[in-house]
Design a protein around this ligand. Sequence first.
Ligand code: SF4
Ligand code: SF4
Length: 383
Amino acid sequence: MSDAAYRGVVDAAVLHELARPEAGPRPTTSLAARRSPLAEPKRQIAALEAVDLSGKAFDGDFDAALSACGAAPLAAAAVEILQINLGKLCNMTCRHCHVDAGPDRWREVMDRATVDACLAALDRTAAHTVDLTGGAPELNPNFRYLVDQCVARGKHVIDRCNLTVLLLTRHRDLPEFLAERGVEVVCSLPHFRRRNTDAQRGGGAFEKSIQALRRLNRVGYGAGDPDRVLTVMVNPAGAVLTGDQCSMERDWRRGLERDHGVTFDRLIALNNMPIARFLEWLQDSGNLDGYMELLTASFNPATVAGLMCRNTLSVSWDGRVYDCDFNQMLELESRLDGVTGVHVSELDPATLEGRAVVTGRHCFGCTAGAGSSCGGALHDTSD
Ligand code: SF4
Ligand code: SF4
């Protein structure tokens, strides 16, 4: 597709607004914009494989870790969640981004034909939930259409929202739109302290996030209403595992309500996945070897049953099919009936259940400690 045609996918006025620095905090630029070798998924996989983990836990082999707990090969169960990545376009460029998203990624945005192919695939599965992610999924001009179509089908819809996108001119009415349709908002906020959040997301990110949270609160989110669920998603700042989800929820609740008058319904905590821009940070800061050792040494067999690849199917902006969003970023496509490269328009639901999930070293990011998935911790360690 030509650049002009891609620009046709994303509204010109939105692109114009994104070009302005105030559209979002930007502590860095995308790997793609810098033409960094790490922009290439194969280079990311090679960087992880190059870490010498011989003699460490499972010699750094994820399948060996699975075998040790009797869980190899990792097999998918029935699909419950269809996760649709609407594109890599984002108003921000956070340092830890596993998507390498940013305002320059407007070529990688799902068009209407692919959105309709996702809906047709949804109709062929028994998935009860549609999980919309990006980039900033709301920047896709088909976002509202897709939400309405999913709601009309009786699906639970999740919007993975970076909060600051709700302050953009064209998106100021989104809180009302989402509330009217009962969409769950899963918003990313690295920390309840300004300094910690701004360190990851850029100066001003925290203040904008608080403004957006207040807007969501005003339309009924974060007050215990099951049709207005506001989930806060957090991730640690450095080369460490995320903390205990229950105690973090207590701290975040206190910090946000006391200092900012903001409420939310639940908190989920994720480990940072050692790919894309977080991988770059690990390399640049000399933390890559130590982080990979930490992830492998912290392998927790109790997390395996709840891995998101077991009940989720992930579709990329161009309609390719993956076992999870992380595999999508590494371009490790699902093997369906032994075949890769299946487009969502050709998806045969009979090939999904029982398929062998494609794994790699990055998978240790999901099984370390309490575990980490799009739904947060996989194993309760609070007691
Ligand atoms: S982490 Fe989220 S908000 Fe930040 S650049 Fe990536 S997609 Fe955008
Ligand atoms: S990275 Fe994906 S495939 Fe690997 S364990 Fe995590 S969810 Fe499963």
